[in-house]
Design a protein around this ligand. Structure first.
Ligand SMILES: CC(=O)SCCNC(=O)CCNC(=O)[C@H](O)C(C)(C)COP(=O)(O)OP(=O)(O)OC[C@H]1O[C@@H](n2cnc3c(N)ncnc32)[C@H](O)[C@@H]1OP(=O)(O)O
Length: 409
C-alpha cells in the first residue's frame, strides 16, 4: 500500500511531544506516566524528529538523537535513531518507508554524522534501509553455585563500597568516560542521558529491587562500578534469588574480576544475569565452567553509513589496507560507486576511483562490518559480498575487541 494523500511528513515541534509518546505507547505496548513523559521531554530533540501527520493527527514518528559513538580507534558523532513507530491504524501503507527515506536524506544533507545507529525491534525492518547488524550481544544467566571466578583470576588492591547510584553519579560518569573511548559500541551520555541511565522507575524493575550500586575504590580513588537489581526468589530448595546486572564498568582486569566476584557472591541468590555482554566478554575467561554462564545470543547495534568516505576515514584499521570497494546504495546515491580505501599507520583515505573493484557489496554490508563485529568473509560466504579479485580484505575491518552494545536507547 502507498502512503495516503492525507498524510504528510514534517519536522516535529515541541508541541508534538505528547502525541509522539502516545504513538510510542501504542506501538511498544506500554504506558507512560506523567513522570516518564516529563523525563522523556528532557531528551526530546524536536528539530531532529520527523512525524507523519494525517490531517492534524500525528500517526508516525522517528527521531535521530545527538550522541557520539565509539567506533574502531575513534569517537564520532552518530545519529542515534529511535522511537520509530506507526500507529496500528496506519501500518503497512509505506509510512515507515517514507520516514526512513526522508530521515536518511536529511542526515546526508546535514553532513554532521557519518553513520546512524539503532537497536531494531525486529530484525526484518532495517536492512532494506541500509542498516547492517554490526554488534551482537551475549545475554548471560550464570548459575552461580556451579560457575566460579577462578582463583587464578586477577585481583586488585582496594575495597568495595555500596553506593546509591544517583548519589555517586559523578564517580560513575568519570569511570564511564575513562573507559568509553576504547569500547566500540558505547555511546556518549550528554545532557539528560546520565539521568535517564540512572532513572529507576518501578515499571522497569519487573518485580526486582530498586537499583543497587557498588564502587571499587583503589589506592588512587574509584576504579570501577557495577549496578544491579535482585529478584528475590524462594523455592523447594530454599533461596533462589537472581542478581540482574545492569551495568559493569572497569578497565583494569583485576578490578573487573573483583566486581564479578562480588556480583556472583551475593547471599541468597543462585544466579546472576547480564544482558549486555560483548561476544568476547572477558567473564568467559575468568570462570571455571563457562558453559554454566548460560550464554544466549542476540543482534544489538545496527549501523547505517550515511557518508561512506567520511565514515570509512573516521575509523582506524589494525593493519595496512588498500582495496577498491564497489558499493550500491539505492537511498543515498552519493555513496554508490567505486571507492579506494587506503589505510596506513598515519593516514586513512577513501576516495572515488575508476580502478577495477576488488569487492562488491551494498551499503548494508558495509554497515554490518563497520564496528568490526561482522566479517566480510562471513558475508561473502552468505553470498552477500562479492569477491572480485584476490585482494579480498578479509580482516581489514576487524578490531582488537568485539563491539559492545551496552545500553538500549
Ligand atoms: C529504531 C527503533 O525504534 S526500532 C522500533 C520499530 N518500531 C516498532 O517495532 C513498533 C511496532 N511497529 C510499527 O510501529 C510499524 O510496524 C513499523 C514502524 C515497524 C513499520 O511501519 P509501516 O509504516 O507499517 O512500514 P511500511 O509500510 O513502510 O513497510 C515497509 C516494508 O517493511 C515491511 N515491514 C515493516 N515492518 C515490518 C515488521 N515489523 N515485520 C515485517 N515486515 C515489516 C513491510 O511489510 C513493508 O514491506 P514491503 O515493502 O515489501 O511491502
Amino acid at each position: 500500500m502507498h502512503m495516503d494523500d492525507s498524510v504528510r511528513l514534517r519536522q516535529a515541534t515541541a508541541d508534538d511531544h505528547a502525541a509522539i509518546l502516545d504513538i510510542e505507547g501504542y506501538v511498544f505496548h506500554h504506558d507512560f506516566d506523567d513522570d516518564a513523559r516529563e523525563f522523556d521531554r528532557r531528551l526530546f530533540e524536536p528539530e531532529r524528529s520527523l512525524v507523519a501527520d494525517d490531517n492534524g493527527s500525528v500517526v508516525g514518528h522517528t527521531t535521530a538523537l545527538t550522541r557520539d559513538l565509539t567506533v574502531p580507534g575513534a569517537v564520532i558523532p552518530a545519529a542515534h535513531v529511535t522511537g520509530v513507530g506507526v500507529l496500528p491504524t496506519h501500518r503497512r501503507r509505506g509510512l515507515l518507508t517514507a520516514m526512513m527515506h526522508r530521515q536518511l536524506a536529511e542526515l546526508a544533507e546535514a553532513g554532521r554524522e557519518p553513520v546512524a545507529v539503532l537497536w531494531a525491534s525486529e530484525t526484518t525492518i532495517y536492512p532494506r534501509f541500509g542498516y547492517g547488524p554490526a554488534a551482537a550481544r551475549l545475554e548471560l544467566n550464570a548459575m552461580t553455585r556451579e560457575v566460579h571466578i577462578t582463583p587464578a583470576a586477577p585481583s586488585a588492591d582496594g575495597r568495595l563500597r555500596l553506593i546509591e547510584p544517583t548519589e555517586a553519579a559523578e564517580d560513575l560518569k568519570m569511570l564511564y568516560e575513562r573507559v568509553r573511548p576504547a569500547r566500540v559500541g558505547w555511546s556518549s551520555r550528554p545532557g539528560a542521558w546520565w539521568d535517564r541511565r540512572l532513572r529507576d522507575p518501578s515499571a522497569w524493575r519487573d518485580g526486582a529491587t530498586t537499583r543497587k550500586g557498588v564502587l571499587f575504590e583503589g589506592p588512587n580513588g574509584p576504579e570501577g562500578y557495577a549496578m544491579w537489581r535482585v529478584k528475590d526468589g524462594w523455592d523447594d530448595y530454599g533461596p533462589n534469588g537472581q542478581v540482574r546486572v545492569t551495568e559493569i564498568v572497569a578497565d583494569d582486569p583485576g578490578v573487573y574480576a573483583e566486581l564479578w566476584r562480588f556480583l556472583f557472591g551475593i547471599d541468597l541468590t543462585r544466579s546472576t544475569s547480564y544482558d549486555f555482554a560483548a561476544l568476547d566478554e572477558p567473564l568467559q575467561y575468568l570462570v571455571d565452567e563457562p558453559r554454566r554462564l548460560g550464554r544466549g545470543f542476540s543482534d544489538a547495534l545496527w549501523i547505517r553509513l550515511i557518508d561512506l568516505p567520511a565514515a570509512l576515514e573516521a575509523r582506524r584499521y589494525l593493519g595496512p589496507v588498500d582495496v577498491v570497494l564497489a558499493v550500491t546504495d539505492p537511498l543515498i546515491s552519493a555513496n554508490s560507486g567505486r571507492w579506494r580505501l587506503t589505510a596506513g599507520p598515519d593516514k586513512t583515505t577513501c576516495v572515488r576511483t575508476t580502478d577495477p573493484a576488488d569487492v562488491a557489496c551494498s551499503i548494508t554490508e558495509l554497515g554490518a562490518v563497520y564496528l568490526g563485529g561482522t566479517t566480510l568473509s562471513a558475508l561473502h560466504a552468505a553470498g552477500r559480498v562479492q569477491r572480485l579479485t584476490d585482494n579480498f580484505p578479509a580482516t581489514a575491518f576487524g578490531w582488537d575487541r568485539l563491539p559492545n552494545a551496552i545500553e538500549v536507547f
